[in-house]
Design a protein around this ligand. Structure first.
Ligand code: CP
Length: 311
């Protein structure tokens, strides 16, 4: 079925709008891209002549750099706009900024903004393909795709009935929303756990089980996705103190023992080590956190290739 699937010319805005076949196509293409990364060549001309611009209104290390690396490995020209030193500081709005990029004949814009829906808005304005690199608490599709790719790599390529647990700051997490959307498509048994103040009021509508105690959530888990406490987004008082949060919800060595022996630990990064995740868990054998970073490049190569060049 994959043979008839194409993402050519498509904006990548969220997981919900991708079909299972499209996701599988991204997975198989990322596998090929990883071979290029590992070949020692890291430079092919598949996207020669294509121009990609990253437009980040929020800080990023992994996502921005991996999109840049991905574009460059594939031979595209990549320009990064640092909004702090761009005309955004003079008040230029997103609409005008996207039109400026379009008039520079850019083929794809990778956008991160704090505003939910801003990437979808940008996609309606101009001709360039838009890839959402995170919009507020709404969506981070490339993260969910790289997480899935990482699970496939460790042999978890059938998520049906698997216990997938998300612990932490669900309220502000675009990663949680995109992973929930992804894992639901593949029939996983999704559990979430975090302080009531960090759970969306309509969380049950997402079709997940809410566990009050982290021990219940982690019991027999196949996958644990530990979310970063987004201190920069929180109004004060959502949990008593970082120490209290860590005591009640932190994923540590003791709690990890409650999971299945072959549990895979994910974390989108950057980690607040000692807060939501212990030093030991962050670097344990079951942690795929550094692999996630590496896979982020392969998956983003696949996204750029499939949307700009086709199969
Ligand atoms: N996972 C993630 O989005 O990390 P960055 O904020 O470093 O891009």
């Amino acid at each position: 079925m994959e043979q008839n699937v194409s993402l050519l010319g498509r904006d990548i805005l969220d997981i919900e709008s991708l079909t299972q076949d499209e996701i599988e196509l991204i997975m198989s293409t990322a596998q090929e891209m990883k071979k290029i990364m590992k070949s020692g060549m890291k430079k092919v001309d598949y996207l020669k002549g294509k121009s990609i611009i990253t437009l980040f209104y929020e800080a990023s290390t992994r996502t921005r750099t991996s999109f840049e690396s991905a574009g460059k490995y594939l031979g595209a020209d990549v320009v990064n706009i640092n909004t702090a030193s761009s005309s955004v500081t003079k008040g230029e709005c997103l609409r005008d900024t996207v039109l400026v990029l379009e008039n520079m004949d850019c083929d794809a814009v990778v956008i991160r903004t704090p505003l939910e829906g801003a990437s979808a808005y940008a996609a309606k304005i101009g001709k360039p393909i838009v890839i959402n690199a995170g919009d507020g608490a709404h969506a981070h599709p490339s993260q969910a795709l790289l997480d899935l790719f990482t699970l496939y790599e460790v042999g978890k390529n059938d998520l049906k009935g698997k216990k997938m647990v998300i612990v932490g700051d669900i309220l502000y997490s675009r990663v949680a929303r995109s992973n929930i959307a992804m894992w639901k498509k593949f029939g996983a048994d999704i559990h979430v756990c975090g302080p009531m103040t960090l759970l969306p009021h309509d969380i049950a509508a997402l079709g997940v089980t809410v566990d009050k105690k982290v021990e219940d959530a982690l019991h027999d888990a196949d996958v644990v996705d530990v979310l970063r406490i987004q201190l920069e987004r929180q109004k004060s008082g959502l949990f008593p103190t970082p120490r209290e949060y860590s005591r009640q919800y932190g994923v540590n060595d003791e709690r990890l023992k409650l999971c299945k022996q072959d549990v895979t630990v994910l974390h989108p990064g950057p980690m607040n080590r000692g807060l939501e995740i212990s030093y030991g868990v962050g670097y344990c054998e079951n942690a795929a956190i550094r692999t996630q970073v590496n896979n982020g490049v392969a998956v983003r190569m696949a996204l750029l290739y499939l949307t700009l060049k086709g199969r």
